[in-house]
Design a protein around this ligand. Structure first.
Ligand code: SF4
Length: 179
């Protein structure tokens, strides 16, 4: 098994189980925070502040990517709110694809062969689609998508995050998941 993974991080509560798992398996990794889907800015700041505190306490290395904006995210999924609500799956797939693609491109720039995402731990996401997109993007970019079904460890991860008094968001991230 390749021991260096470039890991897209959606939030600190989803990351915490990966940290323990990678440590136990002796897998080296570097994080990548790219989530321009998050609305509003105050929420974005709460999530990044929690992650930064966790990084400082544990000495991880994470790249924070500021290239994407929420406006660009909304342009990608379209302007019609009624359509967004009806087409939850397709808007999420666009959201996953953008974040995974940027992760893969950054992994490549950083010299990593494997990339992955903490989204793989959430039972609330379209897990199979994330895997499908990750593998397709990996092929397109000449990389490998590190896949494991982390969903059975979701509750354990939540407990670990709760013990550390992490900030817990109440919605997935985008404007549509809030309303
Ligand atoms: S619900 Fe979550 S995954 Fe779906 S578009 Fe919104 S932020 Fe992205």
């Amino acid at each position: 098994m390749e021991s260096k993974i470039y890991l897209h991080i959606c939030c600190a509560p989803c990351l915490i189980y990966f940290c323990e798992y990678f440590k136990k398996e002796n897998i080296q990794w570097k994080g990548y925070f790219f989530n321009p889907n998050i609305h509003p800015e105050a929420e974005y700041n709460k999530r990044t502040d929690c992650l930064k505190k966790f990084i400082m306490e544990n000495n991880f290395s994470v790249d924070f990517e500021n290239r994407g904006t929420e406006k660009e995210f909304l342009n990608r999924i379209g302007e019609n709110k009624e359509h967004w609500k009806k087409a939850k799956n397709s808007r999420c797939h666009i959201c996953y694809e953008w974040r995974l693609k940027e992760t893969a491109l950054s992994a490549k720039r950083e010299g990593y062969r494997y990339f992955s995402t903490t989204l793989l731990i959430s039972p609330y996401q379209d897990h199979d689609k994330i895997r499908e997109l990750g593998e397709a993007i990996a092929k397109e970019c000449g990389l490998e998508f590190y896949y494991k079904d982390f969903r059975p460890f979701f509750r354990e991860g939540r407990k670990m995050a709760k013990d550390k008094v992490f900030y817990f968001q109440k919605y997935c991230g985008c404007l549509l998941s809030l309303i």
